[in-house]
Design a protein around this ligand. Structure first.
Ligand SMILES: [Zn+2]
Length: 284
């Protein structure tokens, strides 16, 4: 955080320096945009082929073939979900930081979930979001963030003077991936990565720039839906923070299940995006 009393005096032209206009780092209008009409045509009549319920304070894995849709729905009560995505051989994973740089702190319909280097391609496209009405609230908060990593037992241990808690999203995702793939827990843990915080309402305080959360506006029936751009392995954790209006990393909050459904489109012909075209010579 910035110091309340800076050790160094402001220069005489501090006001002018602060008044410089910002520019958008990565103007997303230069990215290929999904075609809403084509997506709607694929989604029309798509058939439910699989569903799985993620129990509270647990995670579950699921697979989604390229071109299929998957939907995460709130059931039972307000609940936040932490989402990881991999290619089915685990060689690609969701890159939350670059997705944030490209699409902003909070995602909605039309945004893509990008993969790590060197592939850096769209893994999934958000195709529907019943919370798109929320926008940004008076605190600067919004839903579906790519800023909050995931709740984990290591940070909890640091902040709670040695506490041991085993149902943080990081641990839930690790157990689920280990069970789904047969990988030992320590290897599975290395594949768990920063998440898309589905339904979570977060932001940064305007005065101190600190990460905040508040009770999610999600209600049963609300959903976030995606189209898989490549063959995906997903994992979703029903966060122990519940609606994340209180605290993390404990069994105090009221928690609810989350429903994941996979839909097969009637129309075939989905084009898998190619891996990134950079030649990887790095100037050597
Ligand atoms: Zn969590």
């Amino acid at each position: 955080m910035k110091p309340e009393r800076p050790a160094h005096p402001a220069p005489s032209d501090a006001t002018a320096r602060r008044a410089v206009n910002p520019v958008i780092c990565y103007p997303a209008d230069s990215l290929p945009r999904p075609d809403p009409a084509a997506i709607a045509a694929q989604r029309q009549g798509a058939q439910l082929i699989h569903d799985i319920t993620v129990p509270p304070r647990e995670a579950r894995c699921f697979t989604v073939p390229a071109g299929h849709f998957f939907r995460i729905t709130s059931v039972g009560g307000p609940q936040v979900g932490d989402l990881n995505l991999w290619s089915q051989d685990l060689s690609e994973r969701f890159y939350s930081g670059k997705t944030r740089a490209l699409h902003g702190t909070h995602l909605s319909t039309g945004d893509r979930l990008w993969s790590n280097f060197p592939t850096l391609r769209a893994m999934a496209t958000i195709t529907d979001d019943t919370l798109d009405w929320y926008g940004f609230d008076a605190f600067g908060g919004s839903v579906h963030d790519v800023i909050g990593t995931r709740c984990d037992p290591y940070t909890h241990n640091l902040l709670s003077d040695g506490g041991q808690y085993h149902h943080c999203c990081h641990s839930n995702l690790t157990r689920a991936l280990s069970q789904a793939t047969g990988l030992p827990m320590d290897q599975a843990e290395g594949h768990v990565h920063d998440v898309l915080n589905v339904f979570m309402c977060t932001g940064f305080t305007r005065d101190t720039g600190q990460y905040f959360m508040k009770a999610s506006p999600v209600r049963p029936g609300d959903y976030l839906e995606f189209r898989a751009e490549i063959d995906l392995l997903g994992a979703l954790s029903a966060c122990p923070g519940g609606d994340c209006g209180g605290q993390h990393s404990s069994d105090v909050a009221a928690c609810h299940p989350l429903l994941v459904q996979v839909f097969r489109p009637v129309v075939a012909g989905h084009e898998v995006p190619p891996v990134n075209a950079y030649d990887r010579s790095h100037g050597a």
